[in-house]
Design a protein around this ligand. Structure first.
Ligand code: SF4
Length: 317
């Protein structure tokens, strides 16, 4: 997935109102829509390494990496990570520091800690395997409802819809023709999945959203759903249905000068060597703000990414 903003980000009142309006396609219209998606996908789906496997652990790793990170940035780290930690047991047996080092290039390093914890839970409670169960999946550290459904669909072919940013946008425009709340989007996505074809259908829908039904200036003329799209059939009346739909925005706080930037710099430095308290400010890129740098270091320790070693040096956990 190219996972985007949380569908839970919409105001509660608006979301409740939107839930009432979902309309599920049926009959020949539904069949034609499914066929259009599947047919386009057969010829056009992107060839990505996590699409060449059904290994549940590998799928889970890819989905965690794709949270908030572009596909192009995930390709290299995914291959390296899977080579090094090919099973939950291999990941659980490693030190957190090794997993954080393998996470290099992805950012949001806390995900590496969660993935390591998840590997531990899989070994301790699930016999080293990824469970085929939504409730068990969402109880894993760092695994939300989206990621759990993606694993069910892409590793186990469970007939469930998978609604990422691109799919939420496409559903509101093409199928509903009006804004959708999070629950409506999921319900609609579930109803569209052809029995036994969840993998192909959901992956194809991702790519139609990413390639054609983009946020600004959708490419409707090249879109395989053009003839079945409600918003297009109505002549694209404003406002864009996707604009007020849940899960379609990808809120990005400013990175330059943020604590996230300093955290990233500090973790990058820690991948190379341990750091003395007096060096924190320089390693964080905040030479004039030692207190801020210290707070960031304390956060890394609280998050399980780093620890103070016996020599008084900060090091990866
Ligand atoms: S026709 Fe346009 S708006 Fe409709 S699904 Fe395709 S790209 Fe999106």
């Amino acid at each position: 997935m190219e996972e985007g903003g949380s569908a839970d980000a919409a105001p509660a009142v608006q979301r409740r109102r939107l839930e009432l309006t979902v309309e599920v396609p049926t009959g020949s219209g539904l069949g034609a829509l499914r066929q259009a998606v599947l047919g386009w996908g057969e010829a056009n789906r992107r060839d990505l390494p996590w699409r060449a496997t059904r290994d549940p652990w590998h799928v889970l790793v890819s989905e965690v990496m794709l949270q908030q990170t572009q596909v192009s940035r995930v390709l290299g780290p995914y291959r390296r990570f899977i080579e090094r930690f090919s099973t939950p047991a291999a990941c659980a047996a490693a030190r957190v520091a090794d997993v954080v080092v393998a996470w290099e290039g992805l950012g949001y390093n806390r995900r590496a800690v969660y993935l390591h914890r998840t590997a531990g839970v899989l070994v301790e409670r699930h016999g080293g395997r990824v469970p085929v169960d939504l409730t068990a999946l969402v109880s894993l550290p760092g695994v939300g409802a989206y990621t759990a459904r993606a694993v069910l669909s892409f590793a186990f072919e469970v007939d469930t819809g998978v609604v990422d940013t691109n799919v939420a946008r496409l559903l509101s425009r093409a199928v509903a023709g009006h804004p959708l709340g999070a629950v409506s989007s999921q319900k609609l996505a579930d109803s569209l999945v052809p029995a036994g074809r969840a993998w192909a259908f959901n992956q194809s829908l991702f790519d139609i959203g990413a390639r054609h039904c983009v946020a600004r200036h959708p490419d409707c003329h090249g879109c395989p759903l053009r003839r079945r799209c409600r918003w297009a059939a109505a002549g694209w009346p404003p406002p864009d249905p996707a604009a007020a739909s849940a899960g379609t925005a990808r809120p990005q706080s400013r990175f330059a000068g943020s604590d996230r930037e300093g955290r990233g710099r500090l973790v990058t430095a820690l991948r190379r060597r341990s750091i003395a308290a007096t060096e924190l400010a320089r390693a964080s890129g905040w030479a004039g703000e030692p207190e801020r740098a210290r707070q960031i270091a304390d956060e890394l320790v609280r998050d399980g990414l780093a620890r103070w070693g016996s020599a008084g040096l900060l090091e990866l956990a």
